[in-house]
Design a protein around this ligand. Structure first.
Ligand SMILES: C[S@@+](CC[C@H](N)C(=O)[O-])C[C@H]1O[C@@H](n2cnc3c(N)ncnc32)[C@H](O)[C@@H]1O
Length: 257
């Protein structure tokens, strides 16, 4: 019989994410705040170029796993910005990763970011944008101006693979926290939401292929490791099988003034 460690290894070593497979599974589990941030960042970077020396804002970075990945894999300089997690907490992780010269932890709220207009070459946001970015005025009023014209904004978020019916499907109910889940939207919704601001050109608005399976595999790995936080999520993802839930990916280029 496979040991817990072997089972976790089998779940975490996904051929779909060859770069992520080089990272310690326990590290990704210990510092997780939801679906696997490293996998989601790799899926974003498949369609969004990040180059050495680029200045990248990682907005809602949580425990800075995505920031560490972007700096290590692509040589970017990353401003790891978050609200719930302190800059000091993230600094410890950044030092452990030996990336003090390239990842800078900042504690800030998404509506009062302490950065100069046009400072960043790119903005990345993983499993965070839906907490503040559904506001019609957020992209045009707060975020887009921080990226230089031609720079990209890329996000991955949990969302919907199709519109919900009038009544919430019964199988979704166990995990449906109305305070959070009504910010789940389809890729088409997000496309329209960004397009109407006339500040960006959409390059990608899709559902990550098998995103729900990856989300579920990470939940299984967390469960094996005794680190799962939301028991209901596994049952719901198993019942849903991507019918409504998935991981939405968006990449857009900031337009010139
Ligand atoms: C579910 S966690 C994901 C964290 C991390 N990106 C990851 O994938 O592990 C959502 C993150 O969004 C951040 N967040 C939520 N609202 C925010 C706001 N108004 N301003 C800045 N960050 C915010 C939180 O601090 C939190 O770390």
């Amino acid at each position: 019989m496979a040991t817990d460690e072997q089972q976790i290894g089998a779940l975490m070593n996904q051929p779909r994410f060859p770069r992520s497979a080089m990272y310690d599974a326990q590290w990704m589990i210990d510092h997780n705040m939801g679906p696997n941030a490293v996998w989601m960042t790799e899926a974003l970077c498949d369609v969004m170029p990040i180059k050495p020396g680029m200045r990248v804002l990682d907005l809602g970075c949580g425990k800075a796993l995505s920031s560490i990945f972007l700096a290590r894999e692509f040589g970017a300089a990353v401003w790891a910005t978050d609200l719930w997690i302190s800059a000091t907490d993230n600094w410890h992780r950044i030092c452990e990763a030996k990336l003090e010269d390239r990842v800078f932890p900042i504690h800030a709220e998404a509506h009062s970011l302490p950065y100069a207009d046009g400072f960043f070459d790119a903005v990345v946001s993983i499993d965070a944008y839906h907490y503040f970015g559904t506001d019609d005025l957020y992209l045009g009023g707060h975020l887009a101006k921080l990226v230089k014209p031609g720079g990209r904004i890329g996000i991955v978020i949990p969302g919907l693979t199709r519109d919900l019916p009038e009544t919430l499907p019964r199988h979704l109910q166990p995990m449906w926290d109305p305070k959070e889940c009504f910010s789940f939207h389809t890729a088409a919704w997000w496309r329209r939401h960004w397009e109407k601001t006339e500040t960006v050109e959409i390059e990608v608005a899709d559902v990550i292929e098998d995103g729900w399976r990856h989300w579920l595999d990470f939940e299984y790995a967390k469960k094996e490791a005794g680190a799962q936080r939301f028991d209901d999520e596994v049952g719901v993802l198993e019942a849903d099988r991507g019918q409504y839930l998935g991981l939405i990916r968006m990449v857009a280029k900031r337009r010139s003034e």
